[in-house]
Design a protein around this ligand. Structure first.
Ligand code: UN1
Length: 496
């Protein structure tokens, strides 16, 4: 009998009024069931939003440094629980254990960073056009925020959203992915234990259609932060209307390798970017845009180094399974598309499930070469272990090819030429560009997000994470003792 888990509303663990549950399973071994979770509905959402709204009144008045103390306590608890939670991440979504632990570390980092923000939350002061008048901005919470999170960073991404939302004084309703509800529940338990008051953090599990839509359209919810696919991001934006919406959707990230690059370094970066997290990062490298002069060499090196990576249960191997059967089918579908489009399959291309006793959703590491920029495998997000190699002759051409996608999240260039590096930073259409490093590995004190189809201008983490979860309030303090009219009194004076 698998354990039943509940929604967290107003500080209580409650079952859904639907009376229904769904299961979360280990993608490396789908017969391993992590538990049963509430299949919630719009009524549950209403209850959670009401709890958040009530708790907001008090929480928004708690001094931000005090809120920071609670986040710091949560960071300490996460440190104590890092091993257990890292293993849970691996068991629930499949990534290798080192990365599972990295997921927890990222949550610790953002909790500590945002705790510190409690003593900043800077606005600014400036001059006035009138005498005896003072002008400044301050940051105010938005109110109740809905956080809708994906499964690929099942603790880190909820933490990226929760920590800034909380330090700014918002109350939240978190709706985690139905592939990783237990990770989210464990994170919420830690926040509860750390001293977040009842009702400030609420968690509801269930589908996007029922829970997500009800949350987004609830008039008491004023901010939405969503990470997920572009198709769903568009839906979220459409139904959210004029609410404050932060979107982080897909990527089609490329690594450019120039002919002067340190090839060993570049190949290591490509393998880490393409097959780390089994290619299931928004920042994953899914294209290598390589100078023709070194193409063959890079391909040979990639094939050789690839052999070091073991596919299997993330507890013991380097490359884990895909998250579920649908993902496996999607990846297999793209491999077929690549073959039909005429790309050359260098390795992989097949699901491994059922082979060698593998029961999970495993797919072989796949590399296509001689891919042309117009092929679908070169433009569309696959979200799996499929890499496309595209040969080019110049940096200019490489950047042009790199930009030939609707997305713009991460990117990388390997070169020893500093002029080329700066040109790439300026001209690559992406929110993030790495020089001589892979496309993955963003740090929490820098803004994270992308341009074009990847987002709507919002950035997560870093100081911009604070902007996502707060409003700017402008304050004018007139200490002249008389009515001074902006634009008008200034005009008269200059005429005199
Ligand atoms: C994501 O892929 O959705 O930079 C987030 C990285 C991680 C975060 C990725 N720190 O790859």
């Amino acid at each position: 009998m698998s354990k039943v888990y509940y929604n967290f509303i107003g500080g209580n663990w409650l079952s859904s009024s639907s009376g229904k549950t769904f299961e979360s399973r280990n993608p490396a071994n789908p017969s391993d069931i992590l538990g049963k979770f509430q299949k919630s509905n719009a009524r549950d959402v209403q209850q959670a939003v009401a709890a958040a709204q009530a708790a907001y009144k008090h929480w928004s008045k708690v001094p931000a440094p005090k809120r920071g103390e609670i986040l710091l306590h949560a960071a300490e608890l996460l440190k104590q629980e890092k091993q257990r939670l890292g293993r849970l991440v691996t068991r629930e979504m499949g990534k290798q254990l080192k990365e599972g632990l990295g997921d927890i570390q990222e949550a610790i980092d953002i909790a500590e960073y945002m705790a510190g923000e409690g003593r900043r939350l800077f606005g600014y002061t400036t001059t006035s056009e009138l005498p005896n008048k003072f002008c400044m901005t301050i940051r105010r919470p938005v109110g109740v925020a809905a956080l809708i999170t994906p499964w690929n960073f099942p603790i880190a991404i909820p933490a990226w959203k929760l920590m800034p939302a909380l330090i700014c004084g918002n109350a939240v309703v978190l709706k985690p992915s139905s592939d990783t509800p237990l990770c989210a529940i464990e994170l919420v338990k830690i926040l509860d234990k750390a001293g977040v008051p009842k009702g400030v953090v609420n968690l509801i599990t269930g589908s996007g259609e029922e829970v997500g839509d009800a949350l987004i359209t609830d008039p008491r919810v004023h901010a939405i932060s969503f990470t997920g696919s572009k198709a769903v991001a568009e839906h979220v934006t459409k139904i959210a209307g004029i609410k404050k919406v932060g979107i982080e959707s897909g990527g089609k990230n490329a690594i450019i390798i120039m002919d002067d690059a340190d090839l060993e370094l570049a190949v290591e970066g490509v393998l880490w970017g393409a097959f780390g997290t089994t290619g299931q990062r928004c920042t994953a490298c899914s294209r290598v845009i390589v100078h023709k002069k070194v193409q063959k060499q890079v391909e040979t090196m990639l094939l050789k180094e690839l052999k070091r990576l073991r596919i299997g249960d993330g507890m013991a191997c380097d490359v884990g399974p895909l998250v579920n059967e649908k993902a496996l089918e999607k990846v297999a579908g793209y491999v077929k598309i690549g073959q039909q489009e005429g790309a050359t399959l260098l390795c992989g291309g097949k699901p491994l499930s059922g082979k060698g006793g593998k029961r999970g959703y495993f797919f072989d590491m796949t590399i296509f070469t001689n891919v042309t920029p117009s092929m679908r495998i070169a433009r569309e997000e696959i979200f799996g272990p499929v890499l496309s190699i595209i040969p080019v002759s110049t940096l200019q051409e490489a950047i042009h090819v790199c930009n030939n996608t609707e997305y713009g999240l991460s990117s990388a260039l390997y070169t020893k030429n500093v002029n080329q590096a700066f040109r790439a930073i300026e001209n690559i259409e992406a929110g993030i560009t790495y020089i001589n490093s892979s496309t993955i590995g963003a740090e929490v004190h820098l803004p994270f997000g992308g341009i074009k189809g990847t987002g709507n201008g919002a950035r997560e983490a870093g100081i911009e994470g604070i902007h996502e979860f707060s409003e700017t309030k402008t304050a004018y303090i007139d200490y002249s003792g008389k009515l001074q009219k902006a634009q008008i009194d200034t005009e008269n004076k200059s005429k005199k």
